[in-house]
Each structure stands twice: as C-alpha cells, then as structure tokens.
Design a protein around this ligand. Structure first.
Ligand SMILES: *Cc1c(COP(=O)(O)O)cnc(C)c1O
Length: 394
C-alpha cells in the first residue's frame, strides 16, 4: 500500500526523544521552550506558545480574545470540524459561509454580506479563515474587513507551515489596528501535518494575548512545573483562572525541534511532488488539478484533485475504492461541517445552504503527499489515477 501521509521521522528526532527519556524531564520544560523559541525565530515573531493540539490553539485564541456567549464566529464550511467545535466550547455560534469555487477557501463576498447584515444570529466577534491545503487566504482583504467591522481574526494555519505572504510567513501576526481587532494564528502538529509532534500545536499573536494563553494552557497557573522544580524554584504556585490542560510535553517537543529543522528541506520536496503531479495529471482530462494560485506561497500540505464527474461513469466514492484496489491511500478534505449531523441538527442546515461546498466536496480526493515520497511513488499514483479515469471514462 502507498500510504496517504505517513510522518517523515529521521534519526535526529529519534535520538532527541531518547535523550529526553534519559533526561528525567518528560513534561513541559527545556525542550518545549526551545521548540517555541525556534518556531518563533522561524516565523520572525517575538513569541509562540506550544500546545498539545491545533484545536487547543484555536480554542485558546477565542478564549483570550474574549469570544463568548451571544457572539458569533464566521468560518468556511470547508474546514475541519474542530474549528467549529471550539466556537461551541466558548458558547458562541459558528456562522458558516460558502467557499470560492477555485481555491475552495472562504468566500469573502459571503463574509462581507454577513458582516454588513448582522442579522441577529449573534454579534460577529471574529473571523476564522482556513489556509486550506497550504494555500494562503486573501489576508489583505480579510484584514480590511476585520478593521472595517471591528472583528478579530483567528487564522487556522494547520495546513500552512511554511506558507508565505508578501509581508512574511503565515503566523507572523499582523497588527490590524493598535486599539482595534487582534489577530492570532493556530498551527497543528498532528501526525499527518507538515511538522509533526505526534499530537501538538502552536499559537502566535500579540505578545500580551500569547502570555495570557500561556497561563490558561496550564491550569491558570502563574508558574509552570519546570520552573517550580528547578534548583532555584519554589513549591509555591498561584492560580489566576480556571485554565486548561493544553501544554506540550518535552517528549513531543523533542520531535518538533528536529521536524522544524528539517522543514525547509521537506518543503522543497513537497513542492517538487506537487510539480510532478501537475505535469503527470495534465493529460488526464477527467481530473482537475489544484489551482496554481499562490504557488510560491503554498505550503503544499495536501494535493487535492477534483473529478470531472460528468466525464466519468463512477462517483468519487467508487473512484477512491478503485485507487485503494490499486494500493493507493487517499483521503477527503473535508466533509463540509454544515453537512455533519451535529451542526445540521443544531442549526437546521441543509446541504444546499452552501452549494459550492456541497458540489466541490462530492468530487474531491486528496492524493498521497508527504516528504518521504519518491518520484517513483508519485508516478505510481499518477498511473493509478490515469488508469481508473481511463477505465471509467464516459
Ligand atoms: C488538523 C487540523 C486542525 C486540528 O488540529 P489538531 O492538532 O488535530 O487539533 C484544525 N484545522 C484544520 C484545517 C486541520 O487540518
């Protein structure tokens, strides 16, 4: 089987984990601090907060921005469900919008319509755009909307390491307006992501908000355990808020340090794989390749093709089964959140509410994409896609 997205782990990661095991300190400590510092340097931001998931980063962003009951947060329906869950967790309402048919990212015209209507679904306090597949959203327009309507921006950058904008890396928070809305950015180090710690995440944003999130990430304590147990530490701690248990362990940070060091090299490999797919699939008319929009900035987390269903006698589900029969692992990113049972039942959504997302979802397939893929692997996938398309051509 050619797997969809196995992690690319080297000897440096393995030795660092072993060294951590031998060090006597497994929880959040020197390695988590080093990972944060090196991550912040990589993005050229003053500070970053290591967390135990990307979902935790999204959740803490909403908490420190003060989003709560009676508020609403606008997000695209084409995202991972946890982005909507954290809005529920703070007691706010997720307001889904449809997507752009080319990039599959949030449709900013719909966002602007919702912002200008403020129709009683709750007071919109934040936007949560997703840099889908490693592409970068139109951040200048998002910032413009955020300033005009005074709403915060929480970027879901789970796919966007290392994605770039003209102004710098995604995650280098932009100050929208010194006394206006704020901007925070959440990354994920889940096992399939471009940098992995098995499970993990990182939060960036204005220093005072990251500092607040740091306290909330560890029970609301003002001093972490490593500081307390240090030779000059004190047993005393205080708790200033009912915080969460969201800290990243040194065992995981050990992986992150070396994954981050390897990222530039892995990124080049992902770009090369994307180019090879692009060239190889060009001849397959039944398949639409990802738009090359933002190619220079793209982190190429996923390579998602879309089937031209009217040219095929089988649907997407069957196409995936045929690829599996040819020993190719695939996935689908994502099932639009408004089509999932909880959100359908809670808010009364029907699939047709967001017709672009519904239509594009039905023809999406994410092909294998990971830094360990050889050119031969990529060609194997291209040949399999071409053979299924040929066999079931209408
Ligand atoms: C992976 C992912 C998340 C959640 O990250 P976890 O680290 O698994 O909590 C959020 N949003 C998107 C778009 C993702 O792909």
């Amino acid at each position: 089987m050619l797997p969809f997205a196995p992690p690319t782990i080297g000897e440096d990661e393995i030795s660092e984990v072993v060294a951590t095991l031998r060090s006597g300190w497994l929880s959040t400590g020197p390695r988590a601090s080093r990972f944060e510092r090196e991550f912040a340097d990589f993005l050229k931001v003053p500070s970053a907060l290591a967390l135990n998931s990307g979902t935790a980063a999204l959740h803490l962003a909403l908490v420190v921005l003060g989003v709560g009951p009676g508020d609403a947060v606008i997000l695209p329906t084409m995202t991972f469900s946890s982005a909507a869950h954290v809005i529920e967790h703070v007691g706010a309402r997720p307001l889904f919008v449809d997507i752009d048919p080319v990039t599959l990212m949030v449709d900013l015209n719909s966002v602007e319509r919702l912002l200008s209507a403020q129709d009683g679904n709750g007071h919109v306090r934040a936007l949560m755009p997703v840099h889908l597949y490693g592409q970068v959203c139109d951040l200048s327009r998002i910032d413009h909307l955020a300033s005009a309507y005074r709403v915060h921006v929480v970027e879901d950058a789970a796919h966007a390491l290392p994605a770039r904008t003209a102004a710098g890396m995604v995650g280098a928070a932009r100050l929208l307006d010194p006394d206006g809305p704020n901007n925070m950015v959440a990354f994920s180090f889940y096992a399939t992501k471009n940098v992995t710690t098995g499970e993990g995440g990182m939060l960036t944003g204005p220093a005072h908000l990251v500092a607040r999130a740091r306290i909330l990430s560890l029970h609301g304590m003002t001093q972490d355990a490593h500081a307390r147990y240090a030779s000059d530490g004190s047993w005393h701690y205080d708790v200033v808020a009912p915080g969460f248990k969201y800290n990243l362990s040194d065992l995981q940070a050990a992986l992150g340090i070396h994954q981050l060091a390897r990222l530039p090299q892995h990124h080049l490999r992902r770009r090369a794989i994307a180019s090879r797919y692009e060239a190889g699939l060009m001849a397959v008319a039944e398949v639409e390749r990802p738009s090359a929009v933002n190619e220079e900035s793209n982190a190429w987390h996923l390579y998602a093709i879309r089937l031209n269903l009217e040219q095929l006698t089988i649907d997407r589900g069957r196409f995936i089964e045929e690829l599996r029969a040819r020993r190719i692992g695939t996935s689908v990113h994502f099932i639009p959140v408004h089509m999932l049972t909880y959100y359908r039942e809670r808010y009364g959504y029907v699939p047709e509410d967001f017709p672009v997302a519904k239509r594009e979802f039905a023809r999406l397939i994410s092909l294998p994409m990971h830094a360990g893929m050889t050119d031969g692997d990529v060609d194997t996938v291209i040949d399999a896609v071409a053979s299924v398309a040929l066999r079931y051509r209408r």
